[in-house]
Design a protein around this ligand. Sequence first.
Ligand SMILES: C[S@@+](CC[C@H](N)C(=O)[O-])C[C@H]1O[C@@H](n2cnc3c(N)ncnc32)[C@H](O)[C@@H]1O
Length: 394
Amino acid sequence: MRPAARTQAAIELLDEIIAAARDAGPAADKIIARYFKDRRYAGSKDRRFIRDLVYRAIRRSGDRPESGRQALLGLAEEHDDILTLFDASPHGPATITVGEKGAEQSAAPGWLAGRFDPLVDDAELAALLARAPLDLRVNRLKGGRPEALAAFPEAVTTSLSPLGLRLPEGSPIEDSEAWRSGLVEVQDEGSQLLSLACGAAPGNLVVDLCAGAGGKTLALAAEMENQGRILASDVDRSRLSRLPVRLERAGVKIVEARLFDPGREREASADLVGQADLVLIDAPCSGTGTWRRNPETRWRLTPDRLQRLVALQARLLDLATDLVRPGGYLVYAVCSVLDEEGRGQAEAFSCRRSSWVSGPVPIAGGRGAGPGRLLTPGHDGTDGFFVARWQAPC
Ligand SMILES: C[S@@+](CC[C@H](N)C(=O)[O-])C[C@H]1O[C@@H](n2cnc3c(N)ncnc32)[C@H](O)[C@@H]1O
């Protein structure tokens, strides 16, 4: 493909990604994969070039642009080599008309101004939009870091998680014997730290309330040395259905999956009231801490959606207090760097439940943020996470 045709392809893809963000459609990586599946004529260099252009344009615009052309034009205004490709050549984009303007450059949507945790400054916002590395967690049930390092000689060990390896973005992990045998799982170093901060021990009864496809569940089971019981619940059938195959690969035998009806979680967990040594709420959230992996999610979030998420998080916190045994622990986490989902949510909980003692979060990294800790890409090299831990009154 000629460079101008690649630019037009990037514009078309951006149009689809913008529409999907507005209408709750598929994620950008899925749209890109489908686009190339339907266009076999695009070679690997074309794909790399187009993909890179698309993601540069996405990262550059905090607010959702009106069109793919506007998004790319914004990038072109800063890069003459892209500007010259708006040349109206066959399959290329039309020339720029007088007064036509590119999208504004910004890190975050304008409406989020003032809503970040106070620790998130401009440097952190920039770090949230840098490219993320690929992190692996070594599964203690299958081996140690030395065996995993032997399988991935190009990897380096992570500095905060004792179980982590770091590889360049896009390394093909799922082709490796180490992944197929369950020795390693793909998991950001921040998620690894969060699982370790739960302090789960062999023999515990643990409720992983928002288990999804089980990323933290697997890490908790390894910490528990496959002894005890984990109840992994979620309201999303398709996410939860991905759990059994992951459990099998990781050699985990102590997990029971339970699908909740949204709004009827209390009935579905009645047998666990006052029983759990630990309840982990890896709560649904804005995902602002993972922008470096999914930068287009900035275009999906709305004030309404955020408000609903904050209310759901508070409801899940209150539900979880019923399940924890006297003296047991409640851990609340979000992959968000917004005050109202992290520090603010935890402070509100501490006020509502003053007999619950907020304790230090045993985590090798992050900075104190109210009753919890905040991990951020600039300070810690991880995705952004807030985590807090309370002990139930005896
Ligand atoms: C951040 S994700 C969890 C990720 C997962 N723990 C992991 O490590 O891969 C949040 C999850 O909360 C689930 N969720 C949303 N509402 C819920 C509810 N009312 N009860 C339980 N889970 C819920 C979502 O379906 C989603 O899977």
